[in-house]
Design a protein around this ligand. Structure first.
Ligand code: FPP
Length: 264
């Protein structure tokens, strides 16, 4: 079969209409964050609490990923970015890293139906090409299959680090300057943004971190410049709709000034 065939013939998927007024009636639609980033933490602690090995926590974390992305789409969130594997995570024991890579591969395959049904656009950021080939192939395929979906963007940060993202952008800029295609005087914020992993990525409005830690841990340093932060004690495998709703309710009460004065 011609590889480009199915994509070419596919009917353009329309997303189901979001229904925030049904899911979260007490929050005005205008106060729903357009872009949410989540630092999913506490998988190991969750498993340990139950006397299980850490990796069981990662498997259980998949259910939280599913419920959260489904609910975000229902609420009309435009982009959900999940920190699934950091550049620092390679330091973990090899069996755990291999397990996570296997989980990611299976996730990329198993979620295709749900992604198709809800017209979600699946994408990744990070030094993704350095992931094991079997994982990379399935991730790229899911990205390809969902590339023209019009619904929420579900973005996995994989082999991702905010500092690496800056360094990679700086390298691209330096190469373009050396090649004479970019003038140093033209390097402004927009020029940097254009060289990030996903130049079209919106600024994040709300960062959620689970497991009670008050850290950013090298997550989306550029894109969270003006984000509101919400930390919950829930461990990631426990994170469900009510936790997401609590984070959005808190966000809706925040006064965002972006360095200016309070609007009258
Ligand atoms: C942090 O918990 C979690 C991770 C490093 C991996 C995140 C992965 C998942 C939620 C599952 C896979 C996700 C997808 C999208 C396929 P931790 O292990 O650091 O927990 P701890 O701090 O309690 O040890």
């Amino acid at each position: 079969m011609n590889e480009a065939g199915p994509a070419r013939n596919r009917v353009r998927r329309q997303p189901p209409t979001p229904t925030p007024e049904l899911s979260l009636p007490d929050v005005p639609v205008a106060k729903i964050p357009a872009s949410i980033g989540i630092i999913m933490d506490g998988n190991g602690r969750w498993a340990k609490r139950l006397g299980w090995e850490r990796i069981k926590g990662h498997t259980a974390g998949i259910d939280a990923v599913r419920e959260t992305s489904r609910e975000c789409a229902k609420l009309g969130v435009k982009e959900l970015t999940l920190y699934a594997f950091s550049v620092e995570n390679w330091k973990r024991p090899r069996p755990e890293v291999e397990y996570l890579m296997g989980l990611l591969r299976r996730f990329a395959v198993d979620e295709r139906e749900e992604i198709e049904k809800n017209a979600i656009r699946f994408t990744t950021i990070g030094r993704v090409d350095e992931l094991p080939r079997e994982t990379l192939v399935e991730l790229r395929e899911t990205e390809r299959l969902s590339a023209d979906h019009d619904g929420m963007v579900l973005r996995l940060a994989l082999n991702y680090g905010g500092r690496s993202e800056f360094a990679d952008a700086a390298k691209r800029i330096a190469r373009e300057v050396a090649a004479g295609t970019l003038r140093p005087d033209d390097i402004d914020e927009s020029a940097v943004q254009q060289r990030l992993y996903d130049p079209a990525m919106r600024d994040v409005d709300l960062v959620i971190r689970t497991a009670g830690e008050m850290r950013i841990s090298n997550f989306l340093l550029w894109q969270i410049s003006y984000a509101e932060i919400f930390v919950t004690d829930a461990l990631w495998p426990e994170f469900r709709k009510p936790h997401l709703h609590a984070a959005i309710r808190a966000f809706a009460t925040r006064e965002r000034r972006f360095g200016g004065l309070v609007s009258q």
